[in-house]
Write a protein that binds this ligand. Structure first.
Ligand code: PMP
Length: 351
């Protein structure tokens, strides 16, 4: 090893789901929305925004911050916008997890959480889910330097009610608690209503799933003014112009069109509930999904085999080669037609 190589930061990176290119693929592996974003988003992109790209975008992302704040019933200084919730969560780690005590998160959850902890050299402890893949709230009553919980959790799709979140907040008044609500619009009740009671609560959401804008990269955090100010201070110490102009304009259009948003979310929920029944009839079991995906295992056929056989048929689902969950596949809810093809293929595979 050359001596300068010793100075290279070694990290084990997060591995995102495959993004296969090409036609005739049914892509159910990264929890994207099968429908287009609100029509206003398309109008912005077809308009004359190229003329405006000469200038830097608004570093405060003011118009989108205000639109989100209005929508969620918060003040502008309680909202922080970033480049997808991955960016927002990474900045939140940097800003809030600075203790020598370990941060806590479940052992089965979004697999980026330990990657950021390793990247930023933050000690962490992974708390085991129970045998039904549920969070045991009592396990979060130990000394810690912060907590992050995805609710609904991924890849399990399980939603824990706000009493559980409130319990964890009550027991952790000296730590910052982050609730990652990437999938909240598909069923659960948001922890936003707890922000007024807990200055140490940060709730993070995204435009990537329910708003069908994964390609735009918009995520946001909501919390007390103290937390949002601190996040902004770190952002301005790192990169002031985070969101590009098209993303800001398109984000505002998405928020404006609540009717379209509710319609598409509802369609996905109906398809999900129908797919759960069909999977059950084929011998799959899964937790009740409150997200836009189903985390399923079959009584006879292994998760790996299902994943591989579907892939041969150009259907991509997600398989995690990890202890406890290697027998599951995570299936994103697509259109009704895509789910029909999926179910047909599963019938063939299961035989
Ligand atoms: N949190 C969870 C639980 C997720 O599943 C994802 C999507 N991979 C994200 C955050 C990040 O989403 P995005 O950066 O697209 O907002």
């Amino acid at each position: 090893m050359k001596s300068w190589e010793k100075n290279i930061r070694r990290v084990e990176p997060y591995v995102p789901g495959e993004q296969p290119q090409g036609k005739d693929i049914i892509k159910l592996n990264t929890n994207e929305n099968p429908y287009p974003p609100a029509p206003g988003v398309g109008k912005v992109l077809k308009g004359n925004i190229a003329d405006r790209l000469r200038l830097y975008p608004d570093p405060t992302i003011g118009s989108l911050v205000e639109a989100i704040a209005d929508y969620q019933g918060l003040d502008g200084d309680q909202v922080f916008v970033g480049v997808g919730s991955d960016d927002v969560i990474a900045l939140a780690y940097l800003t809030f997890f600075n203790s020598s005590k370990p941060i806590l998160f479940p052992d089965i959850t979004y697999s980026f959480y330990d990657v950021w902890a390793n990247l930023f050299k933050i000690p962490y402890k992974q708390i085991e889910l129970d045998k039904n893949l549920r969070i045991r709230k009592e396990d979060y009553c130990i000394e810690n330097g912060g907590i992050i919980i995805a609710n609904p959790n991924a890849p399990t799709s399980i939603y824990e009610d706000l009493d559980t979140i409130r319990y964890i907040l009550d027991k952790n008044q000296d730590s910052i608690v982050i609730i990652d609500e990437a999938y909240i619009d598909f069923g659960g009740k948001s922890a936003i209503e707890l922000i007024k009671d807990y200055e140490n609560l940060l709730v993070i959401q995204t435009f990537s799933k329910s708003r069908a804008m994964a390609g735009m990269r918009i995520g946001y955090a909501m919390g007390s003014k103290t937390l949002i100010r601190a996040l902004n201070d770190v952002k301005y110490s790192f990169n002031s112009y985070t969101l590009n102009l098209p993303s800001i304009l398109c984000g505002v259009e998405s928020i404006k069109d609540d009717e379209y948003f509710r319609e598409t979310v509802e369609k996905i929920k109906i398809t999900r509930d129908k797919t759960m029944k069909e999977l059950e009839a084929l011998g799959f079991s899964f937790p009740k999904s409150m997200a836009n995906f189903i985390f399923a295992k079959h009584k006879e056929v292994s998760g790996l085999k299902i994943y591989e056989e579907l892939r041969k048929r150009n259907i991509y689902v997600r398989h995690f080669n990890k202890p406890k969950i290697s027998n599951y596949v995570r299936i994103t809810i697509g259109t009704d037609r895509e789910m029909e093809v999926l179910i047909q293929s599963l019938k063939e595979i299961i035989g």
